[in-house]
Design a protein around this ligand. Structure first.
Ligand SMILES: N[C@@H](CCC(=O)N[C@@H](CS)C(=O)NCC(=O)O)C(=O)O
Length: 216
């Protein structure tokens, strides 16, 4: 019997959320292996056998192919299940999607620095350079959007799957987009998209967010 496609993920993990979104966009069924970070579920023997880093996402396709690392899993899913496509038709347009797809790591890094700082120093002010670094990122990403566009052009693409979960995570951690109107509109648009909505971190529904990025 063919192995069942499955994804190990944790609520609030933006890398894992990326893969859940891509699975939904492609209409693929999967076994939902939600782990609990508080119980070190990501370090279980079951996961470590598949992913020696003990991280989520850990993804296993129906034929047993294991793909860890969220960006690798997104590329794999696009290759293996090309329709519906999450890439534009021409190589010229794909170039920008590939760029933004990778570039999201910068945004991730800057918001993570603030989040980690506040987790370690709950009562301290976030150092200004860390706040400024997030603002610089937001200014860049704002400039990438045209009125009503997605992050790498008029069509939803892998670039949105890569970047979107981190933007929504920033908002969850208290970041405001009041000075970034195109990003604010974009955030509302992706939040309402079924693939994002159906896979958004379940604990966000019934617990308050944080104010770690409130000084933005
Ligand atoms: N580069 C990896 C990062 C995955 C990652 O950092 N996952 C976190 C949750 S957001 C995790 O599992 N952390 C536990 C650990 O590293 O021990 C990816 O994009 O998939």
């Amino acid at each position: 019997m063919a192995a069942q496609r499955k994804i190990y993920w944790g609520s609030g993990s933006a890398p894992a959320w990326r893969v859940l979104i891509a699975l939904k966009e492609k209409g693929l069924e999967y076994e939902n292996k939600l782990i609990e970070f508080s119980k070190a579920g990501h370090k279980s023997e079951e996961i470590l056998k598949l992913n020696p880093r003990g991280q989520v996402p850990t993804f296993v396709d129906e034929d047993g192919v294991v793909v860890n690392e969220s960006l690798a899993a997104l590329l794999y899913l696009q290759d293996k299940y090309p329709t519906p496509s999450l890439l534009p038709a021409t190589i010229e347009k794909r170039a920008l999607v590939y760029q933004r797809f990778q570039e999201a790591a910068n945004f991730h890094d800057k918001i993570s620095q603030v989040i980690r700082f506040k987790m370690a120093n709950a009562d301290a002010e976030v150092p200004q350079d860390k706040v400024d670094a997030v603002k610089t990122e937001l200014t860049l990403w704002e400039s990438y959007l045209a009125e009503d566009s997605f992050i790498a052009g008029p069509e939803f693409s892998l670039a949105d799957v890569s970047f979107g979960p981190f933007l929504l995570t920033m908002i969850r951690f208290g970041g405001t987009l009041k000075d970034f109107p195109k990003l604010a509109k974009y955030a509302d648009k992706i939040k309402a998209r079924p693939s994002f909505k159906e896979t958004s971190p379940p604990h966000w529904n019934d617990t308050p967010g944080k104010d770690f990025l409130a000084s933005l």
